[in-house]
Design a protein around this ligand. Structure first.
Ligand SMILES: [Fe+2]
Ligand SMILES: [Fe+2]
Length: 169
């Protein structure tokens, strides 16, 4: 069993993960329109990952005998200043998500909810990876600047990303 406060926090997080998926799908559409099909692939996979995060929280609520409550998902921005800017927005967004996960950990501690604390550890590690991978792409894009050949190479690399569903649910 989980407390009402914990349940509310997790239900809110389901919404934030779904919004993340929506945001990255919007970025995928933007970069696809800008001719960066590799980057579009990267964002589409990112969107799938976010949906799997929402599913993970959803499954956990059910497992704990709680009620999942789904709220409206707001519309993400349609336009971005550049491909680089979309990745910068990605990093910014992931930093916000990291703080949301940390807030959930704080609630779990306050509620003396060990099971949820352990459950959240996967997300704590995941956020470290999320921030690092966005940062790595930003560095590469800054390095190549406006050079068409460089952008082409980065895009080609982003095209190789594949979706691997997280192991444990
Ligand atoms: Fe996520
Ligand atoms: Fe994420």
């Amino acid at each position: 069993m989980i407390s009402e406060k914990m349940l509310q926090g997790i239900n809110h997080q389901i919404n934030r993960e779904m919004y993340s998926a929506y945001l990255y799908l919007s970025m995928a559409a933007y970069v696809a329109d800008a001719g960066m099909s590799g980057a579009a692939n990267w964002f589409e996979i990112q969107a799938k990952e976010e949906m799997s995060h929402a599913q993970r929280f959803y499954n956990y609520v059910l497992q704990q005998g709680g009620r999942v409550v789904l709220a409206a998902i707001e519309a993400p921005p349609k336009e971005y200043a550049s491909v680089l800017s979309a990745f910068e927005e990605t990093l910014k967004h992931e930093m916000v998500v990291t703080s949301l996960i940390n807030d959930l950990v704080k609630v779990a501690k306050e509620e003396n909810d060990n099971a949820t604390q352990i459950f959240l550890q996967w997300f704590v590690s995941e956020q470290v990876e999320e921030e690092a991978s966005a940062n790595e792409i930003i560095q590469k894009l800054k390095l190549v600047g406006d050079a068409g050949g460089g952008l082409f190479m980065v895009d080609k690399e982003l095209a190789t990303r594949v979706f691997t569903p997280p192991v444990a649910e």
